[in-house]
Design a protein around this ligand. Structure first.
Ligand code: CA
Length: 220
């Protein structure tokens, strides 16, 4: 069984996460004080840690840094302020993902699965009849190959790894253009349009990519 350590001092939130993770068959332990984390991790070797930033005792940042001195176990950092995420990214703490409060427990569970999948070296995404082989850049829908461009493949696999999660155009652009060249929002829209067309050609009644008005896109 996959064991997840929840480090969170808001008891209600911790319990809620525990319930949601249990529904996905994850075993969980809750710690509410930063001082207990390192000894616990060393002793019990959890498969993943959900780590709140602001804690009684040692804070999440310090804990994350220390874990990285002896372990590569996946860490998802949780912060109460969206502005914190930029700062945390800049510090290169070595966390695998960052989540901002308030978040939906369902989304966090999706992130947990995605992080575990990456950590396990799995490179195939399966969702709704779609199979995306990231090592070979091959995509199929209901066993029929989809002829996708590299950019379309990246967009689709990025979204399909976290069904239901909404991505802004900026987030999608960052993901596909690692050289950070300047591209307009329209570029994403036109790639999505082509992707939808290719999906519709295989499966006309199925909508896999949803638009969220004024925000961006998601894999349904
Ligand atoms: Ca806290």
């Amino acid at each position: 069984m996959t064991m997840i350590l929840i480090v969170e001092d808001e008891q209600k939130l911790a319990e809620l996460l525990k319930d949601y993770l249990a529904q996905s068959s994850f075993d969980t332990t809750i710690l509410d004080n930063g001082n207990y984390v390192i000894p616990y991790v060393r002793e019990n070797k959890p498969d993943l840690v959900i780590l709140d930033l602001m804690l009684p005792g040692r804070d999440g940042m310090e804990i994350c840094k220390e874990i990285r001195t002896f372990s590569n176990l996946p860490i998802i950092m949780v912060t109460a302020r969206v502005e914190e995420i930029d700062r945390l990214l800049g510090l290169e703490l070595g966390a695998d993902d960052y989540v901002c409060k308030p978040f939906s427990p369902r989304e966090l569970v999706a992130r947990v699965k995605a992080v575990l999948r990456r950590a396990g070296g799995e490179t195939t995404i399966k969702a709704k009849g779609l199979v995306l082989d990231e090592a070979r850049y091959q995509a199929s829908l209901h066993c029929v190959d989809l002829e996708l461009t590299a950019v379309e493949f990246k967009l689709l696999s990025f979204m399909a790894a976290n069904p239901g999660r909404i991505y802004s155009r900026d987030q999608l652009m960052e993901r596909i253009y690692s050289d950070h060249r300047i591209v307009s929002d329209r570029t994403i829209d036109s790639h999505i349009k082509k992707l939808r067309k290719k999906i519709a050609e295989q499966s006309p009644d199925e909508e896999l990519i949803g638009s969220v008005y004024g925000v961006g896109y998601k894999f349904i």
